[in-house]
Design a protein around this ligand. Structure first.
Ligand SMILES: Cc1ncc(COP(=O)(O)O)c(C=O)c1O
Length: 410
């Protein structure tokens, strides 16, 4: 029996309609931007394996860091214990994060990084004896699939079945609406995906908007949570998307590129002021949150090695080169009658088709199949076709993908 047949008998894949989805690709090896299949094909990973991979698959330095760590300590409880990779990674993160962030709390994926931020924000106010219950988020937001992160996300087909379960969040589309929503004074925190909303349709925002949100939060005391699970670690051309606006959030959520896409790890990083609100002789003020795999040493070790790669290799320069290629290459598609918009930021190139059917638009699966025939792994969000490869993609490889995108979309 083939692997795909065995898979079909026992597995259930994420975001996959199992009745109609094509057979999964059998991936046996990854190297740089390439995924190798069991039947000998070589496919370019145009979505960085769900936006996680940044330095390419099977990077020798990352492989070595992981293997070396596995030889000494694979996992240990992180309540009451610590270890070198966790401390070293926190130190390394604080060096590169926007100034003012001072305390790292680990979890194990993007959704939990967001859950932690929301719970920290709410308990911060409660510990101060000034409870605030409301959250504000943006329309079309995507913050993850656990219930809190899902509540913060925009309402969509992703969330429809769970409507009764979700707590109330005010979703806004403009600074004016946010200003109005903040006026009640009971807002614990505002959540944004700075500069770039991912799963909601690869929507891009100007830096002034992010600065405006920071100002509104400063004025009303609401905490600002920047969800950089997708945008962090170079994806938008800066190490963190908040840098485009020159702002520091009160809490930042990290995952995906944190470990260069090698291991599940989340981090919620906050300020000393927020951390201090949890310090007390009263044990009830403890932050009662943790996951079995918090600060997994393997994940932390590979994340440390990834930060070193940012220092040793011209990573941000590579992203700038890719951005320029995407701008020049994709812009030409704007004139096509069925193209509604072309957007580029950092290492993310987006072509939005005018069909406008949203996530369930029929063009998505058809386009994915056509790109696969051409040995490129893309996974359009319905009518929104996007390309975001590992940063190590060679200029010739990026040109080739842009040519293929042009040909298919024409
Ligand atoms: C902005 C953002 N936040 C949170 C998440 C959730 O991350 P995870 O899938 O690791 O739970 C994602 C995932 O795509 C994301 O793009």
């Amino acid at each position: 029996m083939s692997l795909a047949d065995r898979d079909r008998k026992v597995l259930w894949h994420p975001y996959t309609q199992m009745q109609t989805a094509p057979a999964p690709l059998e991936i046996v090896r990854g190297e740089g931007v390439w995924l190798h299949t069991a039947d000998g094909r070589k496919i370019l990973d145009g979505i960085s394996s769900w936006w996680v991979n940044i330095h390419g698959h099977s990077h020798p330095k990352l492989n070595e860091a992981l293997a070396e760590q596995a030889r000494v300590l694979e996992q240990v409880i992180f309540a009451g214990c610590t270890h070198e990779p966790a401390v070293k990674l926190a130190e390394g993160l604080l060096e590169v994060l926007p100034k003012g962030l001072a305390r790292v709390f680990y979890s194990d994926n993007g959704s939990t990084a967001v859950e932690v931020a929301m719970k920290m924000a709410m308990q911060y106010w409660s510990n101060r004896g000034e409870p605030r219950r409301k959250f504000i988020a943006l329309e079309n937001a995507y913050h993850g699939d656990t219930v809190g992160a899902m509540s913060a996300s925009g309402r969509s087909i992703f969330t429809a079945a769970f409507e009764p379960l979700m707590f109330e969040i005010v979703h806004v589309a403009t600074l004016e609406q946010m200003d109005a929503a903040l006026s009640s004074g009971e807002v614990a925190a505002v959540l944004i995906e700075p500069m770039l909303q991912g799963a909601g349709g690869m929507l891009m925002w100007p830096a002034e908007f992010v600065r405006g949100v920071r100002q509104l939060c400063d004025r009303t005391g609401a905490l600002l949570i920047a969800d950089e699970v997708f945008t962090g670690f170079g994806r938008t051309g800066k190490m963190f998307a908040c840098e485009h606006a020159g702002i520091t959030p009160d809490l930042i959520c990290l995952s995906k590129g944190l470990t260069a896409g090698y291991m599940p790890l989340g981090a919620t990083v906050t300020t000393e002021a927020i951390y201090n609100a949890f310090l007390s002789d009263d044990r009830a003020k403890t932050f009662f949150h943790g996951h079995s795999f918090t600060a997994n040493p393997l994940a932390c070790a590979v994340a440390c090695a990834s930060l070193e790669i940012f220092k040793e290799e011209p990573v941000l320069e590579r992203i700038a080169q890719l951005e320029q290629q995407l701008r020049e290459g994709l812009e030409r598609l704007r004139k096509l009658p069925h193209v509604a918009d072309v957007r580029v930021l950092g290492g993310v190139g987006v072509v939005e088709l005018a069909s406008g059917g949203g996530y369930l638009d029929k063009s998505g699966p058809k386009l994915a199949a056509e790109f696969l025939k051409r040995s490129i792994l893309l996974r359009p969000l319905g009518n929104v076709v996007y390309f975001l490869p590992p940063y190590c993609i060679a200029p010739e490889e990026a040109s080739w993908v842009i040519e293929q995108m042009t040909d298919v979309l024409q």
